[in-house]
Design a protein around this ligand. Structure first.
Ligand code: PNS
Length: 163
């Protein structure tokens, strides 16, 4: 059984993420979409909200599971018996950071590979940060996030403002 991990902040999940998740799910037997903590980013949505957003967006993908992890990604991958970590690359600007992460993870466990998929051209300009920025300023994010979570994002952002 070939288990892969697709890690990220997913704050929130975008059409770019979904494209990578769908393609990666065809390359392994079981894909775990793992929501983790990126020390460099302050999350807007809670782990549970992010998990629900992803679950609502991937209905129909039978070999995909969504989970949350804390601590090191490589430890989590070991725990799950994964053989690879899969990430999307949008542009050259992603490369330096992703290369560093891949090399560090390789150093921590040489048996687990990092696999990169190039983001589809339609989504190469997308980021969770941009989506939050557009939505919280009253802009339209249709087509940038899965339809199933479009309204939820506006609602949760509004709830966050009033907290
Ligand atoms: O979507 P992101 O923000 O690029 O995801 C980054 C994430 C969460 C996958 C990354 O920050 C991560 O792996 N965090 C867990 C902590 C860890 O393993 N850090 C060391 C990596 S060398």
């Amino acid at each position: 059984m070939k288990i892969w991990i697709c890690p990220g902040s997913f704050d929130p999940v975008t059409m770019g993420h979904i494209d990578i998740i769908k393609r990666a799910s065809k390359m392994c037997d079981h894909l775990i979409v793992a929501i983790g903590v990126n020390d460099g980013k302050k999350a807007t949505f809670s782990f549970e909200e992010r998990k629900q957003f992803i679950l609502k967006s991937i209905k129909g993908l039978k070999n995909v599971e969504v989970d949350v992890f804390e601590g090191l990604l490589i430890k989590y991958a070991e725990l799950k018996g994964a053989t690879a970590i899969v990430k999307g690359l949008r542009a050259v600007s992603d490369f330096e950071y992703e290369l560093q992460m891949a090399l560090l993870n390789k150093r921590l466990n040489a048996k687990i590979e990092t696999v990169f998929l190039m983001t589809s051209i339609n989504y190469s300009h997308l980021s969770s940060r941009a989506i939050k920025n557009i939505a919280s300023n009253g802009g339209e994010i249709k087509g940038l996030v899965p339809d199933a979570i479009h309204d939820d994002i506006y609602e949760k952002l509004k709830e966050g403002e009033t907290k």
